[in-house]
Design a protein around this ligand. Structure first.
Ligand SMILES: Cc1cc2nc3c(=O)[nH]c(=O)nc-3n(C[C@H](O)[C@H](O)[C@H](O)COP(=O)(O)OP(=O)(O)OC[C@H]3O[C@@H](n4cnc5c(N)ncnc54)[C@H](O)[C@@H]3O)c2cc1C
Length: 414
């Protein structure tokens, strides 16, 4: 089921053609339906029971994870968008969309993140044969964590202003500087690092893309706790860290352009839209069956919950529109992806706020407290606190609005 944009036409009484506008065809083609069924069957038969979305990656590699990744790897489904010659499944964007949708519906965990989404594609497109042989196979084992050393204390939205320096010294580069908000830096084996190699060049042109061994002497990782009191990201300091020149990906001073590489990924964020809908459904179930719920006594809260359900449905429609553009026109979505990112992340925050209102005082319980109540309700408190970062990570809502204004609406830059 997906949106296939097509102009609906009919012949008017006087014989001229009327274009009635785009309409939506939600049906799978027979090939798509067969593939969807294959993915569903695979999940039903192979996914270990009782494994939550958070398993693997920063959630740790718990029981069952290795077996699950092995089953995915046997199908080349650890990095389904990668070309087959590098261990991927070479899925079309529509196949990726269906795959991502079904995995999200089933709430099963996925290996990947920065390793499959950023490091792997950059190596595939710009890496040497030696680099590909060295790094790609271990990404597919699902347990090698990579981190992304882009942001710095003074450079986030304006990333090209980054100041970490890499100076050539013989066969090495010597790196000094600081990165921040480095997700998984404390668990990562490798980092993809952007560092300035030519301070005289215009800011986008003097940046180089490196792979850094996180065990290199001079690398210090300091934890930063997020406001949900989870250790997810870090500060990473570089003090005279020597990186061999073989660890440059692509050419010196061309790193900025490499950082944009994503292969042919589907960019609908259907997983986010499905997660939002499931979040509201779970809340409705909880509210129906639970005496602590404020719903029966609060009419406006019932309306709020309905609003969230409608909004989750809107988020799904946005994903469908994006995949239609990608599949039909073969182009990466532009401002449409910014609309979906901004809407989806702000919706997460609204759902979390509604949940806390529904739960009343129980909304203050934490998963770290003891008791059944804490694990049931604590999930919503966690979402309330963690979702605040959603509108910052991956490009802030303000930056998305700028893109929508200039590229979507054609407004002049401020
Ligand atoms: C949970 C989380 C995980 C992250 N993981 C990583 C990671 O693994 N690796 C990594 O490198 N980075 C990571 N980041 C960093 C993230 O990319 C940056 O936080 C983000 O790009 C914003 O940059 P900043 O924090 O420096 O804020 P700033 O860019 O300083 O922005 C501050 C405020 O000013 C606004 N603003 C800035 N410029 C404009 C503008 N032109 N127009 C309008 N408003 C503007 C912003 O929207 C924001 O509200 C992570 C962040 C979070 C929250």
């Amino acid at each position: 089921m997906y949106l296939r944009l097509a102009s609906r036409t009919r012949i008017s009484d006087n014989g001229s053609t009327l274009v009635l506008g785009d309409h939506m065809d939600y049906r799978d083609t027979s090939d798509e339906a067969a593939f969807r069924e294959e993915v569903r069957e695979f999940i039903k038969n192979e996914a270990p029971k009782g494994m939550g979305r958070g398993e693997g990656g920063f959630g740790g590699f718990g029981e069952g994870w290795k077996a699950w990744v092995k089953k995915l790897a046997d199908r080349r489904w650890v990095a389904p968008a990668w070309p087959e010659e590098y261990g991927g499944a070479g899925m079309s964007v529509m196949e990726q969309f269906i795959f991502n949708w079904e995995m999200a519906e089933a709430r099963v965990p996925r290996p990947g993140g920065i390793a499959t989404g950023f490091a792997g594609p950059t190596l595939i497109v710009h890496g040497t044969e030696d680099q590909k042989q060295k790094y790609l196979p271990e990404i597919l084992d699902g347990e090698t964590i990579w981190c992304q050393g882009y942001s710095e204390p003074g450079s986030g939205s304006d990333l090209a202003s980054l100041q970490t320096r890499a100076i050539r010294d013989g066969d090495d580069y010597v790196v000094n500087g600081q990165k921040i908000w480095t997700s998984g830096g404390h668990l990562a084996k490798w980092m993809i690092l952007l560092a300035r190699t030519d301070p005289e060049a215009p800011k986008h042109r003097g940046i180089t893309y490196f792979v850094v061994d996180m065990k290199s002497p001079g690398v210090t990782v300091r934890p930063l706790m997020n406001m949900a009191y989870n250790h997810e990201f870090n500060e990473v300091f570089f003090e005279d860290v020597r990186i061999p020149k073989e660890n440059i990906i692509g050419e010196e001073n061309r790193g900025w352009y490499l950082a944009q590489t994503t292969l042919s990924f589907e960019r609908s964020n259907i997983g986010g839209a499905v997660g939002a809908r499931q979040g509201v459904e779970d809340l409705v179930k909880l509210a129906r069956s639970n005496p602590v719920s404020k719903l029966s006594s609060n009419l406006s809260l019932r309306h709020e919950l309905v609003d969230r359900m409608v909004e989750a449905s809107v988020a799904t429609q946005m994903s469908l529109k994006i995949i239609s553009i990608q599949a039909k026109e073969g182009v990466a979505p532009g401002h449409e992806a910014s609309v979906a990112k901004m809407y989806g992340t702000e919706l997460n925050q609204r759902i979390a706020r509604t949940a806390i209102k529904v739960l009343g005082m129980h909304g203050q319980l934490d998963t770290k407290n003891e008791g059944v109540d804490a694990s049931t309700y604590g999930r919503y408190k966690y979402q309330y606190l963690r979702s605040i970062a959603n509108t910052i990570e991956g490009g802030t809502s303000e930056i998305q609005r700028n893109i929508i204004a200039t590229r979507g609406l054609g407004l002049p830059r401020a």
